[in-house]
Design a protein. Structure first.
Length: 130
């Protein structure tokens, strides 16, 4: 029995690899790189439920204003336990409680650190710290 030749378009080639769905004697047509059709880009729609009419779109995240006790301790290079002790005894940076959560303003941490700046060990503030 002679095999029939199938005439293919000029740009199409055949792939002799067998597919389990098509059977071992079937050939698949594979388009060449020249046949690649550019895909249309779809426009993204804004979700209507989240945006109010004429409300500005926030493209950037708002700056971080508060740090929790672990982040504040890392910011000041202290132990979180030291900040906890300062909250109980006093003398630490000012903090805010949101329910059970304790947070620190970054500006308060910077002010507290600046207030504890010493020039030498004979400064009055240095003796008050130790």
């Amino acid at each position: 029995m002679a095999q029939r030749r199938i005439s293919l378009p000029k740009r199409m080639t055949t792939d002799d690899t067998a597919s389990t769905r098509q059977g071992p004697n079937c050939r698949r047509l594979i388009p060449t790189e020249d046949d690649a059709v550019p895909r249309k880009k779809h426009k993204r729609r804004e979700s209507k439920g989240l945006r109010r009419r004429n409300a500005p779109i926030l493209s950037k995240k708002p700056p971080v204003l508060f740090l929790d006790s672990h982040q504040a301790a890392a910011f000041l290079r202290l132990s979180p336990r030291t900040l906890e002790k300062h909250r109980v005894v006093g003398g630490g940076p000012r903090f805010i409680k949101f329910g059970r959560r304790v947070v620190y303003k970054i500006s308060e941490l910077e002010e507290w650190a600046a207030a504890h700046t010493c020039c030498s060990t004979s400064d009055a503030i240095y003796n008050g710290l130790h």
